[in-house]
Write a protein that binds this ligand. Structure first.
Ligand SMILES: [Mg+2]
Length: 256
């Protein structure tokens, strides 16, 4: 008799709990670990301000970026794009600046632009001029998840370099020791379920054991389509999202 009761209790499970404990948590940055304003009001303007001095003074790094920008410019079809007059290095430097400004004005997802911004931010973080802004509960949550054996990683449209810089030089200190994985759009678009399937493969964890947290509904829908658990991040300054049935969290402290 006691045996039968035990089995019955087990089958019924722990009441209304329908979310299983994740083995891995993948985090978006903007609007999830970090205020959106840090990116729009601090990082982007910083890159604009230091664009000219970086391209003028940073030797091989800037030559490399200019070559990548030139290659992308070659395939540009938008007629409002500023011209790139000729192939000399001096002309390249002069042509790169208006082209980069043009890309930034449009928030274009250009790999060369992201590379350039990452290198400019790197200088800023290293000098202490930039400090990665994270919400107050982020560091303690990352520490707690690590203690509990839950792997944590990032999936953001910012480059992996930019992600690592933000967490290495964060307002809560160096958080990179808590982060096992970094993914940018090199793995795929954030709205594409395939990207989440690839991430699950990459971290060798079944999608059902992965929790993805973001402030953008189409990203959560894509992660859910791939079989992941999801949570909508509601942080101050986030854009309102359409109606949905994802779990909502205002702080990582709610994920215990
Ligand atoms: Mg976001």
């Amino acid at each position: 008799m006691p045996q039968g009761n035990g089995r019955a209790r087990q089958a019924a499970g722990p009441g209304n709990e329908n979310v299983r404990r994740p083995r891995a948590i993948i985090l978006d940055i903007e609007g999830t670990t970090t205020p959106i304003a840090f990116v729009t009001k601090t990082l982007f303007p910083y890159a604009r301000r230091h664009l000219r001095s970086f391209l003028d003074h940073d030797g091989d790094a800037s030559s490399d970026v200019i070559a990548r920008l030139h290659a992308e410019h070659h395939h540009e079809t938008d007629t409002s794009c500023p011209p790139w007059p000729d192939d000399s290095p001096a002309a390249g430097r002069a042509a790169a600046i208006p082209y980069v400004q043009w890309l930034m004005d449009r928030d274009r997802k250009s790999p060369a632009l992201k590379d350039l911004q990452g290198r400019i931010w790197e200088n800023g973080y290293r000098s202490g001029e930039l400090v990665g802004d994270v919400f107050a509960d982020v560091a303690s949550a990352l520490e707690r998840w690590q203690r509990e054996g839950i792997g944590a990683g990032i999936f953001s449209s910012g480059s992996v370099l930019a992600q690592k810089l933000l967490f290495a030089h964060s307002s809560a200190g160096d958080l990179t020791r808590y982060l096992r994985w970094y993914f940018d759009t090199g793995i795929g678009a954030k709205g594409d379920p395939e990207s989440y399937a690839r991430i699950a493969l990459h971290i060798a964890t079944p999608p059902a054991d992965v929790l993805f947290i973001s402030d953008v509904l189409r990203e959560l829908d894509a992660a859910r389509t791939a079989g992941m658990q999801t949570a909508m991040s509601m942080r101050p300054g986030n854009a309102p999202q359409p109606a949905h049935d994802h779990r909502v969290v205002g702080s990582f402290d709610e994920l215990t």
